[in-house]
Design a protein around this ligand. Structure first.
Ligand code: SF4
Length: 85
């Protein structure tokens, strides 16, 4: 278990799973160089600033409260995790 962000809600100490070193040969994070900041491009990062998944997952907001719900963020082009979960 390692510290990490959980569903956009909060950073949870020891809340994420990570493969042990003996499984590095099948760990994509170790095998491939992935620039997560570049995934989706700059426009995606700008859109992600509008994402309120944490509030939705916490029951504090509805998806329709998100200004880009159904517009820039759709099931076929999700910006955040809650659009596809
Ligand atoms: S509609 Fe998209 S951008 Fe908005 S909260 Fe849901 S996943 Fe995030």
């Amino acid at each position: 278990m390692v510290d990490g962000n959980w569903r956009g809600i909060a950073r949870v100490p020891r809340g994420n799973l990570e493969l042990r070193p003996e499984w590095d040969h099948v760990n994509a994070r170790r095998r491939f160089r992935i620039d997560t900041a570049a995934v989706g491009g700059a426009s995606h990062n700008l859109l992600a600033e509008h994402c309120i998944c944490g509030a939705i997952m916490s029951g504090l907001a509805r998806p329709s409260d998100c200004p880009i719900f159904g517009k820039e963020c759709r099931p076929d082009s999700p910006v955040g995790a809650c659009m596809v979960s």
